[in-house]
Design a protein around this ligand. Sequence first.
Ligand code: BF8
Length: 618
Amino acid sequence: KPIDELTIWDDAKAMIRKGRAEGIETVHERLAQQTPHCKFCELGTTCRNCTMGPCRISEKMPRGVCGADAHVVVARNFGRFIAGGAAGHSDHGRDLIEVLEAIVEGETGDYRITDEAKLRAIAAEVGVQTEGRAVMDVARDVMEVFYGDFGSRKKEVAFLSRVPQKRKDIWNKLGMTPRGVDREIAEMMHRTHMGCDNDAPNTLIHAARTALADGWSGSMIGTELSDVIFGTPTPRMSTANLGVIKKDQVNILVHGHNPVVSEMILAAAREPEMVAKAKALGATGINVAGLCCTGNELLMRQGIPMAGNHLMTELAIITGAVEAIVVDYQCIMPSLVQISGCYHTKFIDTAQKARFTGGIHFDIHPHNALSEARKIVEIAVNAFAERDAPRVDIPCEPVEIMTGFSNEAIIGALGGSLDPLVQAIASGEIRGAVGIVGCNNPKFKQDSMNVGLAKELIKRDILVLATGCVTTAAGKAGLLVPQAIDMAGPGLKKVCGALGIPPVLHYGSCVDNSRIMQLCAALANALGVDISDLPVGASSPEWYSEKAAAIGLYAVASGIYTHLGHPPNILGSTVVTDLAVSGLEGLVGASFFIEPDPVKTAEMFDIRIRAKRKALGL
Ligand code: BF8
């Protein structure tokens, strides 16, 4: 494809061009090699769950060797897809519980409880006594409650305390109430073993329950404990695009998802002795910049600059100015090892569960995190001396962005309660809100949908909350600064202008979609309605990952009308597809819709929001 069709960004185009000139293969070349894809796999009608197969279902061969039809096969595949996403987010959440345990047990001096007030607030929500108790005692009990969420002994996960009763009643009736994170994921694997759940709708109900365990437990625990340990985000300014990589500095990119390691890298890079070492080698300092969601985590809490989203990760290295890329897990293309090898860049992996052949491995745990982080930063500093200066090309100047919109920060800005927001929605100045979340996918012109949809929605006085890889897209497009109100409709312009905030709010990483769920639940509770009654929506325009599918499904199951820019691999089953795009509406009060055009998508949200407002009497 011509480069202009691959991305909307000049910095990306420049680096794709440079990569091609230097003979470096990226995701775009590999997609071309893999196209056309297997039609059976695209439709979801291949089954590899046993060795009587593998089977492919078609009109000519309507049943697999075991007798499963297309509906069963598609539902099984989709169920496992969701389980993969829920497992990723939730295992991330578990890692935060383990850090909390290390703090409580005195096994680490590198991490601490930074936001005690938030810890106590969460404790109260999940039924832990707080009054008159020492912080470590409260933390220990919270830890036990959250570990319990991963087990099999509960009827429902702890944060269902946040969910409106009407929604919980729906889940109970449908058998969709999430009981335990690991339990739902394991049961999904069990149900999709040959000879178990051979009724597609029944499998999908459990897929929704598995996704809900992610959204209302695994991810939510990840967000909330990250705030407790590293601080609850507050609004601050930062910068984004490849211009955040600095020619005269030691550049370290942190990539992945969990702040547990990247926070330590940042702390080590800020130590004066480390900066002095960098200066001794001729650099002016050490620059830690973010990619993807671990970038979002550090952007939200520490304001580090964002080098890029998913499709920028390879391109960032092609600048030739990256000394080290330090990764934890998820969304890290294995190709980054090869591309790093084309430069002086050190590729460093840090998690036993996410190792990369050819990477430098550090086994990081709560008890050794900062000392290992120092070694990593030292490797990066020393690599500065190996940089090949003539190959360095940083293609642009960074743009400003505003970040740090936690619910606590929003409520603070509103004067202590959600009432002003409720009033702005009631008056129609803010007609509704849509969370735009998720990824890049090389099948889309990079960020064309992410940015296009955000612009269309704010024009219509619909507030946008951005997380994950949409963040950098919105930021690069100038949507994450207060001046972006000039692109918004009159009502949104007035409200955001008065508060000094952008019409597109950065709400965090992908696990932080739990912040959006919490906000929706709080709004519904404030109005005495269900989440499905609110004038809100969710969208993942350029999604690619299992995690994004899990997010979409927990949003729908929570009652939020949800857009996807392209369908999951379910079109081989009319039962599954019909349920996803219409049948779920009758069950949970929301469904998916698939639409590749941003203007048409905005129109669909507009219609939905109008209907919801009318039903609320607004
Ligand atoms: O969890 S948005 S490409 S980085 S999956 Fe991955 Fe998608 Fe980016 Fe964050 Ni979320």
